[in-house]
Write a protein that binds this ligand. Sequence first.
Ligand code: RB5
Length: 147
Amino acid sequence: MTIGIAADHGGYELKEIIHPFLISLGYTVKDFGAFQLDNNDDYPDFVIPLAKAIVSKEVDRAIAICGSGVGASIAANKISGVRAALINDHFSAHQGVEDDDMNMLCLGGRVTGYMAAQELIVAFLNARFTGAERHLRRLQKVHLLEK
Ligand code: RB5
């Protein structure tokens, strides 16, 4: 599984920690930047290319990090086919995939500590969409809004 990651300055430090963590778990990682800490950079410049990579299937899952995770999730969800959410708890990290087919995990680099972030990431990456009829029905209603 190839995992795409991206962060602005607010998430840069956490991204630099989770990158080797993902490799240690055996994932292939594609990093969409930022590649250096620049307090003037803007999260859409990194999150949107990552979001497009999800849609094109260049990556299988995505993790986007800004200071709070809010801006990253707002920006990513502008791209049709992206189902991104800001996650702070273990239940939502896996249930968001199982029920809602979440394909991008958004984290707050200034909010979530790196050990908690690692647990959220593991829950997200190990989860699979159930494909249950009721969830497909709900997602179809969301999908119609993208047209
Ligand atoms: C950057 O200072 C900060 O606003 C950004 O990383 C993010 O938290 C936005 O939601």
